[in-house]
Design a protein around this ligand. Structure first.
Ligand SMILES: C[S@@+](CC[C@H](N)C(=O)[O-])C[C@H]1O[C@@H](n2cnc3c(N)ncnc32)[C@H](O)[C@@H]1O
Length: 408
């Protein structure tokens, strides 16, 4: 329905709603100052790594998108096209955003084909766009995920009026999930997963995923209101995400999204949203300091920060963390130290964590300290008065974010 909007009318409407800090009711479309249509609200699901769902729900609320419900693995919400665009642009913790196309009961393949064919495929898929259907099935009569995917693809092809499944050209990802014979069919609006901001083209070993790095900062309540130090910064992810957050820069401002290939894509609406984002960005942020003992890591962090256009916000240097001095009286020291598994297989890392705790007590006495650790005994080895904040997964390794407050 949004395709009937005038660009300017739509833009004014979005601006005023966003500026006023919230969306009170279903949005309206305006043409020449008149309300002409109620925008369609889609049922949207933000896919989020376990442990960060509540953080993502808070992010949505901060965008003025009300009613988001955090559930295991994501956040459900209702939103019009402009809200879907803004969520893709702004959400720092979501992995992708999908639009629920429909849920249908199916216990045999002809039934699945017949019901899937009736869904509104033409709203999201151009006749010349190929489909990439991914299916899973649990506790259902239809179990063969390959055949489920083929059936849904064939139903979509029929609905789109094309005789054969397209193999080449742009692809639209479709997610199919069968549970207890109910088939949920969703259209991906993001394309590449949202942690791919576009700035990180070089990495060091064991980098943090960008969505996780942003999630740690948000979960700790850090919004750029004080200095941030990462004494083992690797490819710089925590600091770059910190700079984007502190300067109110959208994480998705340098990439494209799957919704840009949809038939109803509104380039004018997208332009309005990104121009507004540019106007809201702060020209500078707090002190952000990164160090690493490895000079290659520092070079990688610098390259990444430059691509993210935040290099001027960061102070990066090669430094063994035990020699690091606090650059201010207070702030947040946050890091992802090397730990068992990918980085230090077989090593006893307790002495390393003990030393880390000593340095924090000695040189960062007035600071809040937070770090990821895969085992409580490593965290305890620091000797810091720690509180476990949230359990997460980092590259498949279960980890806990620990926090220690400075003495009052
Ligand atoms: C898990 S990686 C950090 C990854 C980083 N968060 C990222 O997103 O790329 C740990 C980093 O700690 C650094 N490191 C290990 N021991 C160190 C020490 N004693 N002093 C400074 N850096 C150290 C390593 O060089 C490595 O880059």
């Amino acid at each position: 329905m949004l395709r009937h909007y005038t660009e300017n009318g739509c833009r004014n409407q979005i601006y005023s709603r966003w500026r006023n800090g919230g969306l009170s009711s279903a949005p309206f479309a305006w043409r020449n100052g008149r309300n002409i249509l109620k925008a369609t609200k889609e049922s949207i699901f933000a896919v989020v790594a376990p442990g960060l769902e509540a953080v993502c729900a808070d992010e949505l609320a901060g965008l003025g998108i009300v009613g988001g419900k955090a559930v295991a693995g994501g956040v459900e919400f209702e939103g019009a096209l402009d809200e879907l665009y803004r969520s893709n642009l702004w959400l720092r913790t979501a992995s992708r955003l999908v639009v629920r196309l429909g849920a249908l009961k199916a216990r045999d393949f002809p039934d699945l084909f017949g019901k899937a064919k009736r869904l509104a495929w033409g709203k999201f898929v151009r006749p010349d766009t190929a489909l990439e259907v991914r299916a899973t099935s649990h506790r259902s009569r239809l179990l063969h995920s390959g055949r489920i995917a083929e059936t849904v693809a064939a139903a979509a092809d029929r609905a789109l009026g094309r005789g054969e499944t397209l193999q080449n050209g742009p692809r639209q990802r479709v997610l199919v999930r069968l549970e207890d014979d109910i088939c949920q069919i969703s259209i991906d609006s993001s394309g590449e997963r949202l942690h791919r901001r576009g700035y990180r083209q070089s990495v060091t070993r064991a980098p943090l995923r960008e969505t996780l790095a942003a999630g740690l900062l948000l979960r700790l309540g850090w919004k750029g209101d004080g200095p941030l130090v990462d004494p083992m910064c690797g490819s710089g992810t925590l600091l770059i995400e910190g700079a984007l957050l502190a300067r109110r820069l959208p994480p998705g401002g340098r990439r494209s999204f799957a919704f840009m290939d949809w038939p109803g894509y509104r380039p004018g609406l997208w332009r309005a949203i990104t121009e507004e984002a540019q106007r809201r960005a702060l020209p500078s942020g707090p002190l952000l300091v990164g160090a690493d003992q490895d000079s290659d890591a520092v070079a990688v962090a610098r390259d990444n920060a430059e691509r993210a256009a935040v290099l001027n916000d960061l102070v990066l240097h090669r430094q063994e963390f035990s020699l690091l001095a606090a650059p201010a009286a207070t702030g947040l020291l946050l890091c992802n130290p090397p730990y068992g598994g990918r980085l230090a297989a077989g090593e006893d890392l307790r002495p390393f964590f003990r030393q880390f705790g000593d340095v924090c007590r000695r040189s960062f006495a007035g600071w809040q300290v937070a770090f990821l650790a895969p085992a409580e005994q490593l965290a305890r080895a620091t000797g810091l008065p720690l509180t476990p904040v949230v359990s997460l997964s980092n590259g498949g390794i279960p980890v806990v974010l620990y926090r220690s407050e400075p003495p009052a």
